[in-house]
Design a binder for this molecule. Sequence first.
Ligand code: FAD
Length: 434
Amino acid sequence: MSEDSEIYDYIIVGSGTAGAVLARELSGRGKKVLILERGQYVPLKESVYTFGSIFSEIPVADKLKGAVIHAAGGSSAMYLAVMDEPPIDAYRKLGIDLQPAYDAMRLQVPLAPLPDALMSPQTHRMREAAVAAGYDWKKKLMLIDQSKCSGVYNYDAKWKALTFVDEAVRQGAVLKCGALAERVLIEDGRAVGVECRIKEGAFRSRSVRFRAARVVVCAGSLATPLLLRASGLPNVVAAGYYIDPSFTLFARVPGLRGLDSFCGTMEMTLEEGIVLKDANVHKFPFLMFMPRYMQFSRMFAYPEHLGITVMAHDEVGGGLSSDGRYHKTLDAAVFDKLARGERAARTILERAGAQDVFKAPMFIGGALGTLRVGSDVDARLETRVRDLYVCDGSLIPENGRVAPTLTLLCLAKYLADTLTQTRNAPAEAEAVSA
Ligand SMILES: Cc1cc2nc3c(=O)[nH]c(=O)nc-3n(C[C@H](O)[C@H](O)[C@H](O)COP(=O)(O)OP(=O)(O)OC[C@H]3O[C@@H](n4cnc5c(N)ncnc54)[C@H](O)[C@@H]3O)c2cc1C
């Protein structure tokens, strides 16, 4: 075990959405920042090789797995860029005011619904059908730089956390990739650093200790509880989590001349806890999914395909067993919701003139809310260990379920402001209950 001689102001574990914002904010304010990222720095492009090398899955419920992306920039490398407004009220009840951070962040990222001109023929067809069926089919906010969209779809136009990581590094932050944080070092009740396994080539690695005045864990909603537990914090994931199970129906509209499409640009709430979403994916994932589902003939008919996703809110539950495995059993109510959503989705497809419907296997939007503000962290996002903070998808509250990225941009900005005490500190920081 070697000891790094530098002492940093902050160690940030994980360079995904939250870690990237935090690193950019803190390094921009002259703080000495070290980012530890277990994935590699991969030039981002949509290819089987790139995505294959950064994608992995963790079982989270019954037979369902949560996708995790290990790369500098985290999950935003593969996300859809569909945004929800942050659940400001839900956080306010927890003593966190995200509004100033939201006001600031929305000026720094390309946040807007897509104009009709950038929506594909499939998206238009689905909107017409949903509206004709009487549904309130609405545009979503997207994190897309529209100036980069000459045709309809462009992977490079999606905002990615890697751009903020790059900016942090230009501002002086140190980024170590292939650096798996194994334990937060805690001395006399406070975090003082991180023990890390650094990859050196394909088969070798070495352990290194890094020291800092503060440690912020931004490893993602599934990895963060594991790291906290490995660091000696008890009772993580004590209150369960939610996964919002979903499935997609694909169907053919003979004669439709579809184009590569941004996915998820429109959606509707059918009833409380049931959401239907435009799932007109672009060609690359379509060609990856169809063979996986044994739907070989569809591969040659991408332009004729429509996709619609049904998502239902599940009850919070499940946990993390002593051997480090997540477990959760879905109850009957969520399957009822999915069935009601499926009926509405089939109605929309029928209205769109689609036939030959194929129901793809269930997947999850993510496992979120694995930790709680109020018990795992206080309103300053500090754990019961002093100088040890958490900021990532683990803290998206159950009563504020959203596509998490925009909320995490704001939560990380809020934390940076709180840590550097510029503004926006919690009015009343709540003590973490023992
Ligand atoms: C296919 C897909 C589509 C999605 N689409 C959307 C969407 O349209 N809209 C939306 O809002 N959200 C979407 N999401 C979810 C969204 O991308 C994530 O919820 C969000 O990026 C989470 O950010 P984070 O900072 O919590 O974690 P992540 O972005 O997951 O970053 C965590 C980082 O920590 C690193 N890490 C983990 N453990 C360690 C360790 N021990 N040591 C060092 N590093 C570690 C990981 O390698 C990773 O880089 C999607 C996700 C996926 C997978």
